[in-house]
Design a protein around this ligand. Structure first.
Ligand SMILES: Nc1ncnc2c1ncn2[C@@H]1O[C@H](COP(=O)(O)OP(=O)(O)O)[C@@H](O)[C@H]1O
Ligand SMILES: [Mg+2]
Length: 182
C-alpha cells in the first residue's frame, strides 16, 4: 500500500453513511503490493472477529482470489472491508464482509466464469468458484461493459457448536442413531 489516500492504494477513512450505519474501510486495488497488504489486513480483521485459524485462512484465500480478479480482469478497483456484528443465541456473533468493485469489462457469462477450470486467459480458472466454496455468503453482480461487484461474508464460529459437536446431543432413538451415521 502506498498510503492512506484513495486512488493511490491503501485505506480511505471509514465513516458513517447516510443511514447511520457504520461503513467500512475502503482499500484501493491497483498493484501487486496492494494484494499483499490486503491479505494482511483481511487476516487481521478475520482474527479480530474471532475466526479460527482455518476460518481466517479460508476467508483470506477467497479474498486473495477476488482481489486478484479485480486487479487482473477488472483493471483495478477497490474493496470495502466491513466488520459485522449480530445477536446470536447467547452471545454476539462477529464476522467480516468484503465488497470488491471494479469498473472493468464485466462478465458476459457468469455461469461459465464460475465453472472450475474456465479462464478467459492465463489463469487456472479456479478463483471465482473456489472463493464461493470458501465463504458463507457469496454474491456477484456484473454488467457487461460497466463492471463487477463481488460480495463475500463469513462469520466466526466462536461460541457456537460445530456440526461435529452437535452429534453429541443425538440419542440412539434419533433417526439412524449415531452409529448409523458414522
Ligand atoms: N472482476 C472481473 N471482471 C471481469 N471478468 C472477471 C472478473 N473476475 C472474473 N472474471 C472472469 O471470470 C473468469 C474466471 O475467473 P477465475 O475463476 O478467477 O479464473 P482466472 O482468474 O484464473 O481466469 C476469468 O478468466 C474472467 O474472464
Ligand atoms: Mg482469478
Amino acid at each position: 500500500m502506498t498510503g492512506p489516500h484513495p486512488g493511490q492504494g491503501g485505506a480511505a477513512e471509514s465513516g458513517t453513511d447516510r443511514s447511520g450505519m457504520r461503513s467500512g474501510t475502503v482499500w484501493q486495488i491497483r498493484t501487486d503490493a496492494d494484494l499483499v497488504e490486503l491479505r494482511r489486513v483481511v487476516r487481521e480483521r478475520s482474527a479480530r472477529s474471532g475466526m479460527s485459524l482455518i476460518e481466517q485462512t479460508k476467508f483470506m484465500t477467497a479474498a486473495s482470489e477476488l482481489a486478484r480478479n479485480t486487479l487482473v480482469h477488472g483493471g483495478g478497483g477497490q474493496v470495502e472491508i466491513i466488520e459485522l456484528r449480530r445477536a446470536g443465541t447467547d452471545a454476539e456473533e462477529r464476522g467480516v464482509r468484503l465488497v470488491f468493485t471494479d469498473q472493468g469489462p464485466g462478465i458476459a457469462d457468469v455461469a461459465q466464469a464460475m465453472t472450475a477450470g474456465y479462464t478467459s486467459g492465463g489463469g487456472l480458472g479456479l478463483g471465482l468458484g473456489g472463493a464461493r466454496r470458501l465463504v458463507e455468503d457469496f454474491r456477484l453482480h456484473t454488467t457487461p461493459g460497466s463492471g463487477t461487484t463481488v460480495v463475500i461474508a463469513s462469520w466466526a464460529r466462536a461460541g457456537r457448536p460445530s456440526r461435529g459437536a452437535a452429534l453429541h446431543t443425538l440419542h440412539d432413538s434419533d433417526q439412524g442413531g449415531i452409529g448409523a451415521r458414522w
